[in-house]
Design a protein around this ligand. Structure first.
Ligand SMILES: NC(=O)c1ccc[n+]([C@@H]2O[C@H](COP(=O)([O-])OP(=O)(O)OC[C@H]3O[C@@H](n4cnc5c(N)ncnc54)[C@H](OP(=O)(O)O)[C@@H]3O)[C@@H](O)[C@H]2O)c1
Length: 335
């Protein structure tokens, strides 16, 4: 059983997943799968590129062609490694490819961590990548003492903020309205630097401003550039589309984000850097898994979980969430 994305939306399918026609293949039994904003964008037809429907998972290897992924091993999924695979919203998920790709795509989960924590490995790896690229764009060896403002208190923003704190940054999490900040405060999930409305964040006071909202709109980028100090870095992390530009800033925003460039620019006669972060690397999974293990409460990620649904309940849940603002993390437990 699986939930497939059809032209008519997400639908329950009872067909058996087929082993891919590749020399190597691993059968994974998903134990817990997170619903990501990008799943909802795919349902709405607003996410270009290869499908990653149902990719935030932790599961157990049930059959394997590679000794490094033995039967019984617990794995997560890096959806950015090209593989021939089905959706993780399923009782069983086949993944096919050469041995090296399978090993990179299915990072082994450390022992002793619960599934409700491990299911955050992939979104946290994206956050880890953003911090790695931030450090690189700044030419800094670490983020200790850096003043960072994260715009957007959704799942991406809160994970970037919490992880940046563990790297020594002083972090303010800003959102356009109070709803998400109140939600996070009630769950003790705000960074130590606290939360603020976008309009209340201090201007010119940050070394780095990460735009982690659904889309990097011109208004938001303009706001971000006003919050960053002279010579500081505006990081593009939320969605961009080909041709996106901010009048007055000489920068191809989509290219900077997707190619993970850093560009020196001038904004209202003040020098700034504009940089991008896109995707993950194998090292980011190691970083994320270490953070989930080392932090006593796993960065508080489990407190962000709002519901668990079953596989048959998933199509209706996805349709509902695609129409709503999604607060926190909803999980699907296939069994
Ligand atoms: N670069 C990468 O590699 C990478 C990796 C993962 C995710 N992402 C991207 O990160 C983005 C955020 O993902 P998410 O999971 O955090 O989404 P989410 O949980 O739905 O949160 C979206 C956030 O954006 C804010 N927002 C939306 N439209 C806005 C606007 N017009 N002005 C101001 N704020 C606005 C929302 O604020 P409200 O509270 O007002 O709704 C909320 O804080 C997505 O575009 C996702 O694709 C990028």
């Amino acid at each position: 059983m699986s939930v497939e994305l059809t032209p008519a939306g997400p639908r329950l399918s009872h067909s058996r997943p087929r082993r891919p026609d590749t020399p190597g293949a691993v059968l994974v039994e998903p134990a817990l799968v997170g619903i990501c904003r990008s799943d909802l964008k795919e349902i709405g037809g607003r996410r270009p590129g290869p499908s990653q429907f149902g990719h935030e998972l932790v599961g157990v290897v049930a059959r394997s062609s590679t000794s490094r992924l033995p039967v019984g091993a617990r794995v997560c999924l890096d959806p950015n490694v090209p593989l021939s695979r089905g959706t993780g919203f399923a009782r069983w998920m086949w993944a096919g490819g050469e041995a090296g790709a399978l090993e990179r795509a299915l990072p082994l989960a450390p022992a002793g961590l619960g599934e409700r924590r491990l299911v955050f490995a992939e979104p946290l790896a994206c956050a880890a990548h953003c911090l790695t690229m931030t450090r690189r764009h700044l030419g800094a060896s670490d983020l200790r003492g850096i003043r960072m403002c994260v715009l957007g208190a959704g799942m991406a923003g809160v994970l970037i903020a919490r992880l940046a704190e563990t790297a020594g940054a002083r972090v303010l999490l800003a959102n356009r309205g109070p709803g998400r900040l109140d939600f996070l405060a009630a769950r003790d999930a705000l960074p130590g630097g606290g939360g603020a409305l976008l309009t209340e964040a201090p201007a010119g006071a940050h070394d780095v401003v990460v735009v982690a909202t659904s889309y990097v709109t011109p208004e938001l980028l303009e706001h971000a550039l006003g919050l960053v100090r002279r010579g500081g870095l505006a990081m593009l992390y939320g969605g961009t589309a080909a041709g996106d530009r901010l009048p007055g800033l000489d920068c191809d925003l989509d290219r900077v984000r997707r190619a993970e460039l850093v560009q020196a620019a001038s904004w209202r006669s003040t020098p700034v850097l504009v940089g991008g972060s896109y995707g993950t690397t194998t090292g980011d999974f190691a970083y994320a898994l270490r953070a989930l293990s080392d932090s006593p409460d796993g960065l508080g990620v489990e407190r962000l979980i709002t519901a668990e649904v079953s596989l048959p309940e998933l199509p209706a849940t996805l349709r509902r969430l695609a129409e709503e603002r999604l607060f926190g993390k909803v999980l699907m437990r296939p069994r």
